[in-house]
Design a protein around this ligand. Structure first.
Ligand code: OOB
Length: 589
């Protein structure tokens, strides 16, 4: 199917006011961030056009394109000029299907060059992508669609992804489903006409307004959308790339989900593009696939979560380190990294370790290259910006001295002031003077480096994938055999944490109280299937289920999760070979 080129729609020219749909920074601070040169008034579309001007014939992207049925397609290489043209081609194709600047569109694609091309196409159009993870399923995408009243969902041709898309459409009928990667797909790149589309105005989007929505790992029932402006997001990208010393020789391997904040911008794929480097896409962080890509493409940088790093450290493809390897920097973040694991990186992978502690809401901390060993292996770095404000406070919001653990609060030039359309949640998640309550417990060293000590928010970090306990607990309450449920994280040698659902069963009123408790093993299968059928991402299904006649409560009547964690941890000794997580990407999009 070929799509006739659409006339250049007026709507692409969006210099005029767009209704602000986010909590703005106070005007005085906004002026200061502009005066400091952080916010440059440049939207993503103009940024990409400038990169194409500067690095035109250099290679921007390589990897397997998304093929028919969601399978890996042809190996493609795109120069900066071609990437710019592809973005315009997609912008035109989207406009031809009735999409406009300001429309919210869910982007749900597996790692491939296409993700970046379509994302930049949406940004060129001035539409606002919601950056779903490929692992998300109907429950998550439906929540995004209804909350944000989306106009479209862009997905791959895999039958599972198509089923998810239909479920979203059933729940939010305004969703136009557009499929990428198929010659017959509903959203083909207008390749033949792409050159013509470079004539589209490069400068679309208002820099001080929302560019896209990142997603919150969350701690409450519904996933929250994080509005990032062109100004603030591009500042974090530029500053991250410069701070990490990226150059046109950088070859970055996007092995974790491409649209996650870490992979995309810390400094990630966009930081690499900003420097004129090359982004290589991998389907996932599995060591065999990544080792082959590193060799084939001369990869210099990669970003990993600790669970993936553990697999790399054991993989015969990497250890002992090969002297001829091009890999220079392994960035690790997203979840706690044990110092003794951190120390193994240089010797066993032949590359430097860089710890990254960030969040989709904004603040990102890096260990700078050349730091002392105790900083490199024992801290999670310090903030990007001199204007990042850090407060570490006790339960009453009173600052604690350096070295004392406290709640991390932050505000600054790229940290949001509020989630999208969530006033009640915002009242809890932000202080009245605009600090974001990260939910992390940290200590600060006198030299400003932060050490993550733990977490206050009720969120489980399963190998970097975040699970809001409340979301799953609510869902479990709908199961006929569940009366009460608590989801807790238990320590795990591979993933950092695994999930355990502790269930108080519903007692059949016709039976008396001595009814036997249901079998936990059978209930595990049953509850996992139940959640899967309700469209939850597979990483959110409980790894383990325990049954108790009543759940413990604090004197105030709250679920006593510390008591539950003490009861069920530690997990039985795990045999690493048997229990190593499967990191091959099973995403269906
Ligand atoms: C990154 O972003 P999110 O939004 O998926 O998760 C943020 C949370 C943090 O609040 C913290 O609880 C945890 O993930 N986290 C870490 C960590 N990095 C993130 N916990 C311990 N050590 C670390 N190094 O995960 C993210 C975003 C940008 C860059 C890097 C990670």
């Amino acid at each position: 199917m070929t799509v006739p080129p659409a006339p250049i729609p007026d709507v692409l020219i969006t210099e005029g006011p767009v209704p602000a749909e986010f909590t703005p920074w106070p005007p005085g601070l906004a002026r200061a961030y502009r005066a400091a040169g952080y916010w440059r008034g440049e939207p993503f579309s103009a940024w990409l056009r400038a990169l194409a001007g500067q690095f035109g014939s250099r290679t921007a992207l390589v990897g397997n394109a998304l093929g028919p049925g969601g399978q890996p397609g042809a190996w493609v290489t795109r120069t900066y000029a071609e990437l710019d043209a592809a973005a315009s081609g997609y912008a035109a194709a989207l406009a031809a299907r009735g999409l406009h600047a300001g429309d919210r569109v869910i982007l749900h694609l597996p790692n491939s060059p296409d993700v970046f091309e379509v994302l930049l196409g949406l940004l060129r159009l001035g539409a606002r992508p919601i950056l779903a993870l490929a692992a998300h399923r109907a429950a998550e995408l439906t929540a995004f669609a209804t909350q944000a009243q989306v106009r479209a969902l862009i997905t791959g041709g895999h039958p599972d992804a198509q089923r998810v898309a239909r479920a979203v459409q059933a729940a939010w009928p305004d969703t136009l489903v557009l499929t990428v990667g198929d010659p017959e797909a509903s959203l083909p790149l207008l390749a033949a006409d792409a050159a013509a589309w470079t004539e589209l105005p490069a400068r679309t989007g208002v820099a001080s307004d929302v560019a896209l929505y990142q997603l919150s790992g969350g701690s409450t029932g519904t996933p929250k959308l994080i509005p990032r402006t062109h100004d603030d997001y591009l500042y974090s990208i530029r500053a991250s790339g410069e701070l990490c010393g990226l150059t046109p020789d950088t070859v970055f391997l996007a092995a974790l989900p491409a649209t996650h904040n870490f992979t995309l911008t810390s400094p990630g794929a966009f930081g690499t593009l900003h420097a004129g480097g090359t982004v290589v896409t991998a389907p996932g962080p599995a060591p065999d696939v990544c080792a082959a890509l590193i060799e084939r493409c001369g990869v210099t940088h990669v970003a990993l979560v600790p669970s993936a790093l553990l697999l790399w450290l054991r993989a015969p493809q990497f250890t002992p380190a090969r002297p001829e390897s091009t890999l220079r920097v392994v960035q690790v973040g997203g979840a706690p990294l044990a110092p003794d694991v951190a120390r193994q990186v240089p010797e066993r992978l032949g590359a430097a370790l860089q710890q990254v502690f960030g969040m989709a809401e904004g603040l990102v901390n890096y260990v700078r290259s050349g730091s002392s060993d105790d900083v490199t292996y024992g801290t999670q770095g310090r903030p990007i910006s001199p204007h990042d404000e850090i407060l570490i406070v006790d339960d009453e919001d009173r600052p604690v001295p350096d070295g004392t653990p406290g709640h991390l609060l932050t505000r600054g030039p790229y940290t949001i002031r509020g989630y999208f359309r969530a006033p009640e949640h915002n009242a809890r998640a932000f202080t009245p003077d605009g600090y974001y309550r990260t939910g992390d417990i940290v200590t600060r060293r006198p030299d400003g480096h932060l050490i993550v000590q733990g977490r206050h928010k009720d969120q489980i970090n399963r190998g970097g994938e975040k699970i809001a306990a409340e979301e799953i607990e609510h869902a479990l309450l709908g199961h006929p055999r569940v009366f009460q449920a608590a989801l807790i994280g238990l320590p795990d040698p591979w993933l950092g944490e695994r999930t355990c659902a502790v269930v108080q069963p519903r007692v059949d009123p016709d039976q008396h109280a001595s009814q036997p408790l249901p079998d936990a093993r059978a209930l595990t299968l049953d509850l996992r299937r139940y959640l899967l059928e309700r469209g939850f991402a597979p990483f959110k299904l409980p790894d383990r289920v325990e049954v108790l006649p009543t759940l413990p409560r604090t004197p105030f009547g709250k679920l006593d999760k510390p008591a539950l964690r003490a009861r069920y941890a530690p997990t039985p000794a795990l045999s690493p070979a048997q229990d190593a997580p499967d990191l091959t990407d099973r995403s269906p999009a």
